[in-house]
Design a protein around this ligand. Structure first.
Ligand code: PEP
Ligand code: MG
Length: 572
């Protein structure tokens, strides 16, 4: 049995595909026939080029030309005459194998680029390593795992998955994920929930335990799974999978129902999305809007900024598909664990506390203005609300709003239309903002509480470090007090307040948040129907008392126990 952090609910049963980089060792002994080495190299080059071309075509079809451009760059690296001639020279002059010559040349190119310190060149080093590694595997006849061209259904076993892995993989064939590292709010976990793929993260060493082709069963709700289970366990998981499917089907009856408590308190259940493609999940699960569109994915996995036009198209697509339901689009939240190599940002000691998100946008207003222009132009196609991330002070909101006003004036001058009633809000994810919420609310139309970061900043617990994931505690009394403070600040200022951190979709926490007065809950699409079913069976008046009670307790454990015991009463 293995156990990790249940990151995305659901049961998966399937064959393992182990996705990891193995160190390839090659001896430098002389070879007998240099010509056959040269021939083998040529063959491997052709095979590699064909594979890259195929991946490029698939990516182009699935994700568009700009996302596929990276593979064109990879083909260019492969055809680079400088690198190839060095390999051939080494092979001929030293009489070593093609594989040995190739590996030495690629390693030296990678270390030269890597040592340059510049983030853009470091990314090129990663590209050369990637292409060189593929060529080497083709040369040695080793298997290559391509997530974009998966043909068989698999459970992916990986150290971690990068945003580019998840962006390019053939999702139709991925039944589940299990990874060595990560926490509930790491990128892989959020992605798995958005895509409704069962997943367990933070199972240290799982890539060493599992072999390709092993049968894996996993339950993403409780974080438990087995490698090559016996027949009794397998049957138990098959039953669980069936129950889970039946439960989902039953919940679909609530797809078009309103989210209202038994005593008529109405709240909104919206969804978090990362790309326009995720809207499908929102609509299929009865989401009442988009509470967080993380626009940074538009900027990632590419070599230059997305143009205003490209952004406009993405925002318009989401707004149109939501047909007038609210869509909160968050301005660029890059930095922390999300890098943009082409911005050439220096490496930082504490990236989560560094040059990121609104800080970059205020420092480089041309980036911010392009996004705001695209947003304003798209606003006429639906119900747009704009949200700034990582706000820590009133000055930042005023500065951002000033730039927004400038962009509006520019559009007015050019007679370009935009909606006149776009609400502007901020994420409350930094404790300083929570504390001065009474002042911040005067500057904006709404708050959305970003608990993923609020928990990490208020309790000083890195949200992606699985070693301390037991300390990452949404039920921490300080976290609940901060949330109460923010909700009260918003309501006292006559405004509404939502939550787009992962807490908002957790059925163990929803009763408390509802009792504290939260107006909007934004979550991964798969969480909407279970949340709606729960809320429709609750009494708001009783939850208010429940929430008050939680605020008097000193430890997370006591709060959890108290909520569990009292929930039965609120449902009565
Ligand atoms: C948050 O911090 O709670 C949030 C929703 O934003 P992200 O997870 O993108 O940092
Ligand atoms: Mg955040």
């Amino acid at each position: 049995m293995f156990r990790g952090i249940g990151a995305s609910p659901g049961v998966a049963i399937g064959k393992a595909l182990v996705y990891k980089e193995e160190e390839i060792k090659i001896d430098g002994l002389p070879v007998k026939d240099i010509n056959s080495e040269l021939n083998a190299l040529e063959k491997a080059l052709t095979a590699t080029k064909n594979q890259l071309q195929a991946i490029k075509t698939v990516t182009e079809k699935r994700l568009g030309a700009d996302k596929a451009a990276i593979f064109e760059a990879h083909i260019m690296i492969l055809e680079d005459p400088e690198m190839l001639s060095q390999v051939k020279d080494k092979l001929s002059s030293e009489g070593v194998s093609a594989a040995f010559a190739l590996k030495s040349v690629v390693d030296s190119f990678v270390s030269i680029f890597d040592a340059m310190g510049d983030a853009y060149l470091k990314e090129r080093a990663a590209d050369i390593k990637d292409v060189g590694g593929r060529l080497l595997k083709n040369l040695l006849g080793l298997p290559i795992v391509d997530l974009s061209t998966l043909e068989e259904e698999v459970i992916l076993v990986a150290h971690d998955l990068t945003p580019s892995d998840t962006a390019t993989m053939n999702l139709d064939k991925v039944l589940g994920f299990i990874t060595n590292i990560g926490g509930r709010t790491s990128h892989t976990a959020i992605m798995a929930r958005t895509l409704e793929i069962p997943a367990i993260v933070g199972i240290g060493g799982i890539t060493e335990l599992v072999k390709a082709g092993d049968i894996i069963v996993l339950d993403g709700s409780n974080g438990e799974g087995y490698i090559n289970p016996d027949s009794v366990t397998l049957e138990a998981f098959e039953n669980k999978a069936r129950d889970y499917r039946e439960q989902r089907e039953k919940l679909l009856a609530l797809k078009d129902s309103v989210t209202i408590t038994k005593d008529n308190r109405r709240v909104e259940l919206a969804c978090n999305i990362g790309t326009p493609k995720d809207v499908k999940g929102v609509l299929e699960n009865g989401g009442e809007g988009v509470g967080l569109y993380r626009t940074e994915f538009l900027y990632m996995n590419r070599s230059s900024m997305p143009s205003e036009e490209e952004q406009f198209e993405a925002y318009r697509e989401v707004l149109e598909k939501l047909e007038g339901k609210p869509v909160i689009i968050r301005t660029l939240d890059i930095g922390g664990d999300k890098e943009l190599p082409y911005l050439s940002l220096p490496k930082e000691m504490n990236p989560f506390l560094g040059y990121r998100a609104i800080r970059i946008c205020l420092d480089q207003p041309e980036i911010f203005k392009t996004q705001l222009r695209a947003l304003l132009r798209a606003s006429i196609y639906g119900n747009l609300k704009i949200m700034y991330p990582m706000i820590s002070s009133v000055e930042e909101v005023r500065a951002a709003n000033k730039i927004l006003a400038e962009v509006k004036a520019e559009l007015d001058a050019a007679k370009i239309p935009y909606s006149s009633d776009i609400e502007v809000g901020i994420m409350i994810e930094i404790p300083s903002a929570a504390v001065i919420g009474d002042m911040l609310i005067k500057e904006v139309d709404f708050f959305s509480i970003g608990t993923n970061d609020l928990i990490q900043y208020s309790t000083a617990v890195d949200r992606i470090n699985e070693k301390i994931s037991h300390l990452y505690e949404p039920f921490h009394p300080a976290v609940l007090r901060l949330i109460k403070l923010v909700i009260d600040h918003a309501h006292n200022g006559g405004k509404w307040v939502g939550m787009c951190g992962e807490m908002a979709g957790d059925t163990k926490l929803i009763p408390v948040l509802l009792g504290l007065g939260l107006d909007e809950f934004s979550m991964s699409a798969g969480a909407v129907l279970p949340a709606r079913e729960l809320i429709r069976g609750l009494s708001y008046q009783q939850l208010k008392k429940l929430a008050e009670g939680t605020l008097l307790l000193p430890t997370a454990e006591e709060i959890k126990k108290y909520v569990q015991e009292n929930m039965t009463r609120s449902m009565a």
